[in-house]
Design a protein around this ligand. Structure first.
Ligand code: NAG
Ligand code: NAG
Length: 296
């Protein structure tokens, strides 16, 4: 085979992987509550919140490492009081969790995206940003990339948050629990919008979040296997290499680092790392995430 045709085969293989990874809702997920608040319209899935109920779905399988992604168009118009979430979570009191929470707002005011990360049952790592586009106007992709080195939250492929493995500094990193993938919409007008001052206006119900293009490209864990077996199965070894363990994916590339810097400088409105009223002693991982170097 010539070098060129080899390259074409490689390209086609890449495309096939890309297509195969984008599955229909039913192949990967199932409703977890309020089935009557789900509607399917062609390739679109709609979840509805009204004064009776919200709705939510969960992946059929649990996963370790890889990437999950959805295309989401948030509640249009007045979405104050509503929260739409997309997240991964393990089970139990020492669970790990990676969260996207979209906090609605009154008409014309910006949605906020809150991210959070739980490690061994402990969260309190909120960051918030106002996006550079209106997420209720069009579909945008929201993704979580996870390997043994980092957890990265991405919006349209732009990294908005990185949680780096700092185990060598004695800081625990979530890498030993299989996680499900979830999404839901619910009423949270006690806290979501402008600190809970703006309540849900039910005269504007139903509030509808629309989904398409569900992708999970990750290591699937059998429900019954013990935790240690999952971790072993989902780690690269001599005889199997997972794409997410490529050395180039052990940290952001230069372009992504610049994108993240831009997001932090221009769109971040809250960072637990800078909240000295809440955390008089700065959380340990914040020091390292900022590339803090103590002076001698
Ligand atoms: C929900 O809203 C509808 C329409 O505004 C109203 O008729 C109904 O009584 C409400 N139900 C509840 C449980 O509040
Ligand atoms: C809603 O809009 C207000 C006013 O622009 C803004 O301060 C706030 O961050 C926005 N987001 C939420 C979730 O309240």
């Amino acid at each position: 085979m010539s070098r060129m045709s080899g390259f074409l085969v490689f390209l086609v293989a890449l495309l096939l992987v890309g297509v195969a990874a984008s599955a229909k809702f039913d192949e990967l997920f199932q409703p977890s509550w309020a089935l009557d608040h789900f509607t399917h319209e062609g390739d679109l899935l709609k979840l509805k919140l009204d004064n009776y109920s919200g709705a939510g779905f969960a992946s059929k399988s649990k996963y370790m490492f890889g990437r999950v992604s959805i295309q989401l168009k948030l509640v249009e118009g007045d979405s104050a009081g509503t929260v739409t979430a997309f997240y991964m979570s393990s089970e139990g009191s020492n669970h790990n969790e990676f969260d996207f929470e979209f906090l609605g707002n009154t008409t014309g005011e910006p949605y906020s995206v809150q991210t959070n990360l739980y490690v061994n049952g402990v969260g309190n790592r909120e960051q918030r940003l106002n996006l550079w586009f209106d997420p209720a106007k069009d579909f945008h992709s929201y993704s979580i990339f996870w390997n043994q080195r980092q957890v990265v939250f991405l919006v349209d492929e732009t990294p908005i948050r990185v949680h780096t493995n700092l185990e060598h500094k004695g800081i625990p990193f979530p890498k030993d629990q299989a996680m499900g993938v979830y999404s839901s919409i619910w009423n949270a007008d006690d806290w979501a919008t402008q600190g809970g001052r703006v309540k849900t206006d039910w005269s504007h119900a139903p509030f509808v979040a629309t989904y398409k293009d569900f992708e999970i490209n990750a290591c699937e864990c059998p429900g019954t296997a013990a935790t240690a077996d999952n971790a072993k199965k989902c780690s690269s070894s001599e005889d199997k290499k997972y794409w997410w363990d490529e050395p180039t994916l052990s940290e952001l590339n230069v372009h992504q680092s610049h994108q993240l810097k831009w997001v932090k400088a221009n769109h971040m409105v809250y960072d637990y790392c800078s909240d000295t009223a809440r955390f008089p002693a700065i959380p340990a991982e914040c020091l390292h995430h900022r590339h803090y170097r103590p002076r001698h």
